[in-house]
Ligand binder design. Structure first.
Ligand code: PLP
Ligand code: LYS
Length: 433
């Protein structure tokens, strides 16, 4: 199994990340525990930026903060020069609290409320990605009332079917996101926003889906987006200064996954934009991308303590850990696959096939189905790797299990960035006691 970033086996035969022994981290902070390799997050962020710099292209790497947010991460990535995609007033609030410049924030969402839009406009958010006709009306009246002008991108649905799980596809015609191109809704939206002085239309956006491996989907979307820009230039005299091609770059969760290094996708699509702009004498737009998963997934590892086991002869060996679907809903939601190692006995031989289950009261509460591992015993520390994206951010307190703590590790130091929820936190919202 592949170990990412600074992860390695140390002299005690333990998993080490960022120079920290994960068994010691488990003792110090308890389990379940999310451990983030800070050096790897920085390397991923820099990899994207460097790709554009090498091509000498104006760009923005916009981190899709839905993948994992904490104030510490906003600060870390802001220092790396990244911008941020937020999809709710809550994410916007957190980014601002972390000190992110409003100009570097982009607001997404298919049903932003009037309150959220007003909040965004009032704090001076950089860009609002307008998704639908209702939002045009809401935003128009907010801008009229405040007398402000707002930079916007129009989100279009280019009709590209990328190959990924249907729940995480977003760029096809049959999608709740964005203005449909084929039926003419996108150009109708463009005409509406161009006609209103409150909107400063800086460009267009698409995002075809998530956890995509092939390059075809990205290439098809880029080609389509460039064709839309050329068409809108000739018909509406509209010239975009920004072309946002979204995120979705796949990562390796298990050996069956074979993604390219994420910047490779970006290199291909950015080059396509450059070549087709030149060919059509179209002013080269700034290219924005919105990676979420590919920045944080591999940097995250979840440590669990092994508890009970149940072996049903000739059927299955179940091994339960002290977390589960509350800290990682992805296997239950998307049949997502993961790999794991025994952090306290890294080189022990893999001698049995087990299904790793959680402690939640659901049969679907499985973290890994049928994985070959050393024979696990209670108190072993199981480390599930590549859990940095859409794990903590989609966590729940189902069965009133507190959400785990999160630590950042780098150069042999660990830093608690999100404390473990307490039982009292779990009843904090109750107003009748
Ligand atoms: C609009 C938009 N941008 C960016 C992303 C980030 O995607 P990923 O985490 O796959 O890079 C998403 C999530 O799919 C999204 O909906
Ligand atoms: N949450 C999803 C991806 C959706 C991304 C947001 N549009 C996942 O875990 O794979």
């Amino acid at each position: 199994m592949e170990l990412f970033g600074t992860s390695k086996i140390n002299q005690k035969n333990h998993l080490e990340i960022g120079g920290c022994d994960t068994v010691e981290l488990a003792n110090q902070y308890g389990t379940p525990l999310f451990v983030y390799d800070v050096a790897l997050i920085k390397a991923k962020a820099r990899g994207f930026k460097k790709t554009f710099e090498d091509l000498d292209m104006k760009h923005r790497v916009v981190y899709a903060s839905k993948a994992f947010t904490s104030l510490a991460l906003y600060k870390l990535l802001a220092a790396e020069g990244l911008a941020f995609d937020v999809v709710s007033g809550g994410e916007l609030h957190a980014a601002l609290k972390a000190g992110v410049s409003p100009e570097m924030i982009e607001f997404h969402g298919n049903n932003k409320s009037a309150e959220e839009l007003a909040m965004a406009v009032n704090v001076g958010i950089g860009t609002i990605v307008v998704d639908n006709f209702y939002e045009i009306e809401l935003l128009k009246s907010i801008l009229k009332e405040t007398g402000k002008q707002q930079k916007i991108l129009l989100r279009v649905s280019p009709g590209v079917d990328a190959h990924t799980h249907s729940y995480i596809l977003t760029g096809q015609e049959d999608s709740k996101f964005g203005f449909d191109v084929k039926s003419g809704q996108a150009e109708q939206a463009l005409q509406l926003v161009l006609a209103d002085q409150g909107f400063d239309v800086i460009g267009i956006h698409c995002h075809i889906g998530s956890q995509i491996f092939g390059t075809e989907g990205f290439e098809a979307a880029t080609e389509k987006m460039m064709a839309i820009l050329l068409d809108w230039q000739s018909r509406f005299n509209f010239v975009a200064s920004v072309l946002n091609l979204g995120g979705g770059f796949g990562v390796k969760y298990s050996d069956e996954d074979t993604p390219l290094e994420a910047p490779e996708y970006v290199k291909q699509i950015a080059t396509m934009v450059k070549v087709s702009s030149q060919a059509a004498a179209y002013p080269l737009p700034e290219v924005w991308i919105e990676p979420g998963r590919s920045i944080v997934a591999e940097a995250g590892t979840t440590l669990y303590t092994v508890g009970s086991r149940k072996s049903v002869p000739n059927v299955r060996n179940f091994v339960s850990v002290d977390g589960g679907m509350g800290d990682n809903i992805r296997p239950a939601l998307y049949d997502a696959t993961y790999s794991a190692v025994v952090a306290n006995r890294m080189t022990a031989p893999a001698e049995e096939v087990v299904t790793v289950t959680g402690k939640y009261c659901e049969s679907g509460d499985k973290l890994i189905t049928d994985i070959q591992l050393p024979i696990l015993a209670a108190t072993d520390i199981l480390a599930i790797v590549t859990t940095g994206a859409y794990g903590y951010s989609m966590a729940s307190v189902y069965n009133k299990n507190p959400r785990p703590a999160v630590v950042f590790v780098e150069n042999g130091e660990s830093q608690l960035v999100l404390r473990r929820e307490t039982y009292d936190d779990l009843i904090n919202l109750d107003v009748i006691n």
